[in-house]
Write a new protein. Structure first.
Length: 84
């Protein structure tokens, strides 16, 4: 199991770097949805985020586990990655 704080820093860093200026970084917290009801990422962008996280964390992120269950929040993504 990875350290949640390190995973959170990675996820927040990827969001800030990949979508610079697209959303206010102050809005980012664990409850914010990645999709249209939050940050506004479309399904392809969410998959790109998962692939970036996979590369940074160095493990298979098992995206199907997240994508099958509906809306994904930043915190849910972090928790998922921390459990790997």
């Amino acid at each position: 199991m990875a350290d949640r704080a390190q995973i959170a820093a990675t996820v927040y860093g990827i969001l800030a770097m990949r979508w610079t200026g697209r959303f206010d970084g102050r809005r980012l917290d664990d409850q914010v949805s990645l999709g249209s009801d939050g940050l506004g990422l479309d399904s392809i962008e969410i998959v790109e985020l998962l692939l970036d996280c996979e590369e940074e964390v160095g493990r298979d992120t098992h995206p199907e586990e997240l994508l099958e269950t509906g809306s994904i929040s930043v915190g849910r993504l972090i928790d998922h990655l921390a459990r790997l």
